[in-house]
Write a protein that binds this ligand. Structure first.
Ligand code: 5AD
Ligand code: SF4
Length: 458
């Protein structure tokens, strides 16, 4: 006689993700760990049995958005007679913990980024209304160990988390407090996950970490067991059949070692794109930020990276209006941007985060000055980005086809330089890398044509 194991009751899950790619990755994993409990994705929060807000604490605005969203979700919960479970995950959860439940009592559970593998248990407990509702302890490796090794992927490009946390303590940043100390995942673990992704058709893997180039680990014994840095890990992953493209994000200039720079030149799978935040071009501000590098040091690294891979697309993050930033400091930032000539960049107004050293520094910059500087910086970045995109017109680039475009018969994909590309082509090309001739460019994307396809249709 066989005993039927009842299928789990069908329930709906809605996850709203804020902030960085680390959170996008974590949301995918939360979906995976909840699937065995019968949770399937829901299109809207109203219809969900469980709503998770995966939050970002990087700027004050991001945190306030979470509280205003919680106000709306509370009303939906009331409409269900209180049956909906509300969870707050991510960095606001880590930083503000129990405060969230005090500010919004409709929240059932709060869990920090190191506790996602405990989510099913916490959800079960919350639905029985027992047990602790707060899980924000740091046990990163345990988290990596307990997550399922295989996961559903959507399309030919996937993220793979290799490192978490940060020990750099930039004086403006909450990450070292919310994500804990730098921890690297083991080579074996990463290899298993990369192979599983490749087996599901993934062609492009983006290695993720708050300080991804601080990753280090013992090489497999077959390879001599020496200590590896990220360059060696990238070369290793490039050997996995099916993996044709490797990216990594986000890096710190202090961890940009020679081997990683060399890998950009000697490993064709390493995509010619580097996001290397500098934050400011002024040495006085960089010092006050505790960045541990000068503008000159940063420019030297850029020079070495360009020597290894001349066509590399460079990206960065900038903060304007950090405490004490004078007009001349800001001009130094503009000068650095002119010197590097970026393919794209993110720029933010400084936002004081409670508990970080910079929040209490003298010389906070007035909002209107920050606004004006941000506009000047963004205008320059837009100019560089438009020029970078335009420089690809006339070239034929290998494009990874990631999906259907907005228009009928259109596909979209990604260039080696991380540019979005739209072109007409057959749906059967999805998931493949095809040669596309670039015929147009704008600030945010390229348009292309598949020579053979265009001729066949003519
Ligand atoms: N204010 C403004 N921008 C910030 N960032 C991090 N903390 C702050 C802050 N307090 C920016 C940095 C970082 C990016 C992820 O967010 O530029 O690289
Ligand atoms: Fe934050 Fe600095 Fe760490 Fe980046 S390196 S996560 S900006 S503390």
């Amino acid at each position: 006689m066989t005993t039927e194991i009842p299928a789990p009751e069908k329930k709906r899950l809605y996850i709203k993700t804020y902030g960085c790619q680390m959170n996008v990755y974590d949301s995918e994993r939360m979906r995976d760990v909840l699937a065995p409990l019968g949770y399937a994705p829901s299109e809207t929060a109203e219809d969900a049995d469980l709503v998770v807000l995966n939050t970002c604490h990087i700027r004050e605005k991001a945190t306030e958005k979470v509280y205003s969203e919680l106000g709306k979700i509370k009303k939906m919960k009331e409409a269900t007679g209180g049956k909906m479970t509300i969870a707050v995950a991510g960095c606001v959860a880590q930083a503000e913990g129990a405060e969230i439940m005090r500010r919004q009592p409709a929240v059932d559970l709060v869990l920090g980024p190191q506790a996602y593998h405990k989510l099913p248990e916490m959800v079960a407990r919350a639905s029985r209304a027992v047990g602790d509702r707060l899980e924000t302890e740091f046990d990163t490796l345990e988290k990596f160990d307990a997550l399922p090794k295989t996961r559903e992927v959507d399309g030919p490009s996937a993220f793979l988390s290799v490192q978490e946390g940060c020990d750099k303590f930039c004086t403006f940043c909450v990450v070292p407090y919310t994500r804990g100390a730098e921890v690297s995942r083991t080579v074996d673990d990463i290899t298993l996950e990369a192979r599983a992704l490749a087996a599901q058709g993934v062609r492009e893997i983006t290695l993720l970490g708050q300080n991804v180039n601080a990753w280090h680990g013992a090489a497999p014994s077959l390879e001599g067991g020496a200590e590896w840095s990220l360059g060696a890990l990238c070369r290793h992953i490039a050997k996995i059949g099916g993996v044709e493209r490797i990216r990594y994000t986000t890096s710190h200039p202090r961890d940009m070692d020679e081997d990683l720079i060399a890998a950009h030149g000697d490993t064709p799978a390493m995509m010619p794109y580097l996001h290397l935040p500098v934050q400011s071009g002024s040495d006085a501000i960089l010092k006050a930020m505790n960045r541990g590098h000068t503008a000159e040091h940063y420019l030297k690294i850029i020079e070495q990276v360009r020597a290894a891979r001349p066509d590399i697309a460079l990206a960065s993050d900038f903060i304007v209006g950090f405490p004490g930033e004078r007009e001349q400091d800001f001009e130094d930032t503009m000068e650095l941007v002119r010197a590097v000539n970026y393919a794209s960049a993110y720029s933010f107004k400084y936002s004081p985060r409670p508990g970080t050293p910079a929040a209490d520094m003298f010389g906070q910059v007035p909002e209107d000055v920050k606004d004006e500087r941000l506009q000047r910086l963004q205008a320059l970045i837009r100019e560089q980005q438009t020029a970078f995109n335009a420089s690809k017109i006339g070239q034929t680039l290998p494009i990874l086809v990631t999906g259907k475009g907005r228009l009928d018969g259109q596909l979209h994909g990604r260039s080696p330089y991380l540019q979005a590309v739209h072109f007409d082509g057959a749906e059967s090309l999805m998931g493949q890398i095809v040669d596309v001739e670039i015929v147009g460019a704008s600030l945010n994307s390229l348009t292309g044509r598949l020579p053979a396809y265009a001729e066949a249709r003519a």
